[in-house]
Design a protein around this ligand. Structure first.
Ligand SMILES: *Cc1c(COP(=O)(O)O)cnc(C)c1O
Length: 192
């Protein structure tokens, strides 16, 4: 169970993020609706997810197969789940069984064609002060993939931007940002 002090802050934190997303989207001539905000709830308790759900947020992300398999069945069915971790093919069936409403898998083995259809994802530099270079690399990558598949770029999701760099990612064209720490606070891995 999370402490009440922690529970009180996730809703305003989400609102602040949504506001920053809108400003960044408008700065780059897009609408906030064009950018999905995935609240990455890994290591965080169900109670915090419930609080965001209660104010209307539906899009959540998890990073570990075991964790999403445990959490998703205990939460409302209309949550739009994103699996943002590394998915090994031998775990795929268990994932889909436990999370039938899985909206998207981001970050499966790059050599697999599935990654193309589920969108492209990048994680910024390890120190999270990411330069635009890796975002540019991903933009180029999407262009190549779309050309090869003969689809338009608007048909291909671009998932880039995390807590430390999401505004810049949006300005560079991201259609999906994955925000953990800025909404839920720092993660405590010692309990795991
Ligand atoms: C944990 C995680 C995030 C969220 O990172 P924050 O820096 O806490 O916003 C985003 N994407 C992936 C793939 C993650 O594992």
């Amino acid at each position: 169970m999370a402490t009440p002090a922690v529970e009180g802050v996730v809703v305003p934190a989400l609102r602040a993020v949504l506001h920053r997303v809108r400003i960044a989207a408008e700065r780059s001539g897009r609408r906030a609706d064009d950018v999905r905000v995935v609240a990455v709830s890994k290591t965080k308790p169900l109670s915090l997810i419930d609080q965001l759900y209660a104010v209307g947020h539906r899009c959540f992300g998890e990073n570990y197969v075991q964790e999403i398999i445990e959490k998703a069945p205990q939460l409302p069915e209309d949550i739009e789940w994103h699996f943002v971790g590394h998915l090994q093919s031998n775990k795929a069936k268990a994932l889909l069984t436990a999370v039938p409403h899985l909206a998207m898998v981001q970050g499966v083995d790059t050599e697999k064609i599935t990654s193309v259809f589920s969108g492209l994802m990048t994680i910024g530099m390890p120190d999270y002060t990411s330069t635009p270079e890796n975002f540019k690399t991903l933009l180029n990558c999407r262009a190549e993939v779309c050309k090869a598949l003969e689809i338009t770029e608007s048909q291909c999701e671009l998932s880039m931007g995390m807590s430390g760099d999401f505004e810049q990612a949006i300005e560079m064209g991201s259609t999906s940002v994955r925000i953990g720490t800025t909404i839920f606070g720092p993660r405590d891995y010692s309990k795991k």
